[in-house]
Design a protein around this ligand. Structure first.
Ligand code: B4P
Length: 196
């Protein structure tokens, strides 16, 4: 199973991505986690990415595509994955297609969009910022991240819809309720594909 998770900051991608990866027994690849680890460990990647992350902007495409390229080369990603936070724009989506084709792997099966009211997303992120001290979870940076999301990531809905790979789910509700609805939607999409 090759799944891409799309959604605003705070939509629950990280939360649902972990559960989905465990359910389908595939790795979850989160560019955000890799970038934060690199910042924490003082790596060159982290030094290059930090300013953009702190400003709520997207990190340079070449850096994040490099992360995904390296991760997709790992044997555990050969038979499937859940991508959380990548792609974030159309250029990254095209790069992903090229990377998979180069490795002679099938293209992604589905893009799952977790749709939450912006107000809920902001509240969740502010709460997380207070709990964890995550640098970009403050109100000013959250607003910038949401603007970047509208501008850069929204075009991916049309991109994946055109390929008939987009599922949109209500991302408001309980974590387990959303997860159940997501698995049901994925399975019914797969069943339709098998029939069609
Ligand atoms: P990410 O780490 O991807 O951050 P995010 O968009 O905020 O999503 P996250 O997964 O953390 O939050 P979630 O919605 O799960 O990116 C951070 C930064 O890295 C970006 O701004 C950018 O600078 C850079 N970056 C990453 N990928 C990049 C790329 N491909 N290209 C360029 N730059 C990139 O969860 C939010 C909170 O909601 C959590 O506290 C969670 O507990 C809570 N929550 C989840 N589900 C809930 C529910 N149902 N009800 C209530 N709360 C819930």
């Amino acid at each position: 199973m090759r799944i891409v998770l799309l959604g605003a900051p705070g939509s629950g991608k990280g939360t649902q991505g972990e559960m989905l990866a465990a359910h389908y027994d595939v790795p979850r690849l989160s560019t955000g986690d890799v970038l934060r680890d690199a910042v924490r460990e003082g790596k060159t990647l982290g030094r290059r990415a930090r300013a953009a992350m702190d400003a709520g902007q997207l990190v340079d495409d070449a850096l994040v595509v490099g992360i995904i390229e390296a991760r997709l080369a790992d044997p555990d990603a050969a038979d499937g994955f859940v991508l959380d936070g990548f792609p974030r724009n159309v250029a990254q989506a095209r790069a992903l297609e090229r990377l998979l084709a180069y490795r002679k792997r099938p293209p992604i099966d589905l893009a799952v969009h977790l749709d939450v009211p912006i107000r809920d997303a902001v509240q969740r992120l502010i709460a997380r910022g207070l709990e964890t001290g995550r640098a970009d979870d403050n109100e000013a940076t959250i607003r910038k991240r949401l603007i970047v999301y509208m501008k850069e990531t929204h075009p991916l809905f049309d991109y994946y819809q055109a390929e008939d790979k987009l599922i949109t789910l209500n991302g408001a509700g309980t974590v387990t309720g959303i997860f159940g609805a997501m698995v049901q939607a994925i399975e019914s999409h797969r069943a339709n594909e098998a029939v069609g």
